[in-house]
Design a protein around this ligand. Structure first.
Ligand code: ADP
Ligand code: 5GP
Length: 202
C-alpha cells in the first residue's frame, strides 16, 4: 500500500508572493495544487478551472450545504473554499498536495488533518507588501488598504504555523520550501512501509 501524500498549506498576506512561488513549485511534478472555489471576480489573466472555480454566492453556498468544501472562509468581502474530493483523492493516491489558502481556512484544515505541514510565506516588510500589491496592479487603492489591514491580522497567527519563510527572492523561497518538503518526506511516521520493509515484513 502507498504511503499517503503530504498536505502542504501555504498561507501569507495577499501579495506576499504565494501564487508566484507555488507556480514554480508545481513545475516539479511531485506536487498537485488544489484549485479553490471563490466568489471573487476573475482578474484579467485568470482562467476558470486553472486559477479558481469562479462561483456565484448562491452556488458557493450550495457547495457548503452539500459538504463539498474541506474548508472555507471570507476574505475581504469574498468567499473562498477548498473542494474536498480532489484533495482526498490526491492524498489517497500518495500525491503531495499544496493548498494556497488564508489563515482561517488553514486552521480548519490543521484540525481535520493534524499531519499537514503549515508554511507561512511573509513579505520582508509591510511596505514591501504594499509595493508588490501596487506593482501587481490587480486591485485599486482601497482594496489594497483592506488587504494590508488583513495582513496585520494574519501576522498574529504565525505561531500556529510550522515554518516561516520570508519571500525576499522567489528562488530562495522556492528552494527553502523544497528543503522543508524533503525533510517532511523523511519523517519516520510518514515512512511506515519502509520500516516494515527493513524488518522484512513486505
Ligand atoms: P499572492 O499570491 O501572495 O497574492 P503574488 O504571487 O501574486 O502574491 O505576488 C504579488 C506580486 O509580487 C506579483 O506582482 C509578483 O510578481 C511579485 N513578487 C512575488 N514574489 C516576489 C519577490 N520575491 N520579490 C519581488 N516581487 C515579488
Ligand atoms: P486572492 O483574491 O488574492 O486570489 O486571494 C485572497 C486570499 O484568499 C489569499 O490569502 C489566498 O491564499 C486565499 N485563498 C485562496 N483560495 C482559498 C481557499 O480555498 N480557502 C481559503 N480559506 N483561502 C483561500
Amino acid at each position: 500500500m502507498n504511503e499517503k501524500g503530504i498536505l502542504f498549506i501555504i498561507s501569507g498576506p495577499s501579495g506576499s508572493g504565494k501564487g508566484t512561488v507555488v507556480e514554480k513549485l508545481i513545475k516539479n511534478k511531485e506536487y498537485a495544487v488544489s484549485i479553490s472555489a471563490t466568489t471573487r471576480a476573475p482578474r484579467p489573466y485568470e482562467e476558470e478551472g486553472k486559477h479558481y472555480f469562479f462561483k456565484s454566492k448562491e452556488d458557493f453556498e450550495k457547495m457548503i450545504e452539500n459538504n463539498m468544501l474541506l474548508e472555507h472562509a471570507c476574505f475581504c468581502g469574498n468567499f473562498y473554499g477548498t473542494p474536498k474530493k480532489y484533495v482526498d483523492e490526491q492524498l489517497e493516491n500518495g500525491v503531495n498536495i499544496i493548498l494556497e489558502i488564508e489563515v482561517q481556512g488553514a486552521l480548519q484544515v490543521k484540525k481535520l488533518y493534524p499531519q499537514s505541514v503549515l508554511v507561512f510565506l511573509a513579505p520582508p516588510t509591510l511596505n514591501e507588501l504594499r509595493k508588490r500589491l501596487e506593482g501587481r496592479g490587480t486591485e485599486g487603492c482601497e482594496i489594497i488598504d483592506g488587504r494590508i489591514e488583513r495582513a496585520r491580522e494574519e501576522l498574529k497567527y504565525i505561531e500556529e504555523y510550522d515554518y516561516l519563510i520570508i519571500n525576499d527572492f522567489v528562488e530562495n523561497a522556492v528552494s527553502k520550501i523544497m528543503n522543508i518538503a524533503m525533510a517532511e518526506k523523511l519523517k519516520v511516521f510518514r515512512n511506515q512501509n519502509l520500516v516494515k520493509k527493513i524488518e522484512g515484513e513486505i
